[in-house]
Design a protein around this ligand. Structure first.
Ligand code: F6P
Length: 318
C-alpha cells in the first residue's frame, strides 16, 4: 500500500521553507510516498486544510521567501480536543507520518500529539532566532543574516554622512545570535545581547575619546531581547556621548527575502534526512546539525534544556 506523508510549517516563517517544500514533494514522490501539504500550521491540521501535493504545487517556489503553505501559531493545538480532531483528519487520509518545520515551541506541541496519538514525526529546526538546543543551525538563519548585513551596510552609508549613532535592532527573542554574528561581521562599534550583562556608562570615556580622534559615527547592534529599549540606548548616545542618534528596527524584513544558497542546500538536506528517518521507522526525532554534520536527536533531548548560545561565539564578543 502506498504510504502517505504530510508536511506543515509552524511558528515564524523563514526563508528556506519553500525550498524545503519543493524537496519534500520531489523526494517523497521519488520514494513512492504520497505527499500532502497541511496549510497554515497546526491550525490547518485542526481545520482539515490538508491536500495532496504535486510537482505543480512546488514549481517556481525555490527562490521565494515565506512559505507557500502558510504558517501559524496555534493556541488551539495546545488543547486535547483539538489534537483529537487533528488526528481524525490525518486518519481520514491515511497519513501516519508528519514533518514539521518550526521552532521548539512547535516541537513541544508535536511531542504531546505523538504521546497521545502515535503519529510519527520528524522536526526540522526552522527559526531565524537560531535558538534551538541541540542544533547549531536552524533553517532561515543565513538568509536573515544576509538581509541584516545588507541593511547595516546601507545604514553605515547614511550614518557616516551625517555624524550619527545608529542603533540597529535585530530579532531573536531571548537569543542574541543574530545580533552577535552581525556585530562580528559588520564592523559595528558595540553589540548588546541578552546573554551578556552590560553597563553603557563603561563605554563613555572610550567613545568620547574616539570622537576626539575623528570618529564620525557609531553603529550599535542591539538584540530585541535586551532589558532596555533601543530608544533608551539612542538617548544615552545623545545625552552622554553628545552625538545625534537614530533607531532602526529591522523587524520582519529579517524573515523574508530570496533564500540564500546555504538555506536552499540546508533545506534540501534537512528534508532528505527527515523523510529517510521516517522511512527507517524513526518515530519522534529532530534533524540537528553541528560541526560533525547532521544527526537525528530525540525531541526530549532538544526541548528539555533551555538554549544556550555557543560559548566560543560569546567569547568573541567578550
Ligand atoms: O521567532 C521568530 C521571530 O521572528 C522572533 O525573532 C520575533 O520576536 C517573533 O518571531 C515575531 O513574531 P511575530 O511575527 O508574531 O510578530
Amino acid at each position: 500500500m502506498k504510504k502517505n506523508i504530510a508536511i506543515l510549517c509552524s511558528g515564524g516563517d523563514v526563508s528556506g521553507m519553500n525550498p524545503a517544500l519543493k524537496r519534500f514533494v520531489e523526494y517523497a514522490l521519488e520514494k513512492k510516498l504520497t505527499p500532502y501539504f497541511i496549510y497554515d500550521g497546526y491550525e490547518g491540521l485542526i481545520d482539515n486544510q490538508i491536500k495532496e501535493a504535486s510537482y505543480c504545487d512546488v514549481a517556481g517556489i525555490i527562490n521565494r521567501g515565506g512559505t507557500k503553505i502558510g504558517s501559524a501559531r496555534s493556541e488551539r493545538f495546545m488543547h486535547k480536543e483539538y489534537r483529537q480532531r487533528a488526528k481524525e483528519n490525518l486518519d481520514a487520509l491515511g497519513i501516519d507520518s508528519l514533518i514539521v518545520l518550526g521552532g521548539d515551541g512547535s516541537f513541544r506541541g508535536l511531542h504531546t500529539f505523538y504521546k497521545e496519538h502515535k503519529i510519527k514525526f520528524c522536526g526540522i529546526p526552522s527559526t531565524i532566532d537560531n535558538d534551538i538546543q541541540g542544533t547549531d543551525y536552524c533553517l532561515g538563519v543565513d538568509t536573515a543574516l544576509n538581509i541584516i548585513k545588507i541593511s547595516v551596510d546601507a545604514i553605515r552609508d547614511t550614518a557616516s554622512s551625517f555624524k550619527r549613532a545608529f542603533i540597529v535592532e535585530t530579532m531573536g527573542r531571548e537569543c542574541g545570535y543574530l545580533a552577535l554574528i552581525t556585530h562580528l561581521t559588520s564592523g559595528s562599534e558595540l553589540c548588546l545581547i541578552p546573554e551578556i550583562e552590560y553597563n553603557l556608562d563603561t563605554y563613555e570615556a572610550k567613545f568620547k575619546e574616539e570622537i576626539k580622534n575623528g570618529r564620525r559615527y557609531f553603529i550599535v547592534i542591539v538584540s530585541e531581547g535586551i532589558s532596555q529599549k533601543s530608544s533608551e540606548i539612542a538617548s544615552w548616545f545623545e545625552e552622554k556621548i553628545g552625538i545625534e542618534s537614530r533607531v532602526s528596527v529591522l523587524g520582519h524584513l529579517q524573515r523574508g527575502g530570496n533564500p540564500t544558497v546555504k538555506d536552499r542546500l540546508m533545506a534540501f538536506k534537512f528534508v532528505t534526512l527527515a523523510i529517510d528517518a521516517l522511512l527507517e521507522r524513526s518515530t519522534e526525532s529532530i534533524v540537528c546539525y553541528d560541526a560533525f554534520g547532521f544527526h537525528l536527536k530525540t525531541l526530549k533531548s532538544v526541548v528539555e534544556k533551555p538554549h544556550k548560545l555557543n560559548e566560543e561565539l560569546l567569547s568573541l564578543l567578550k
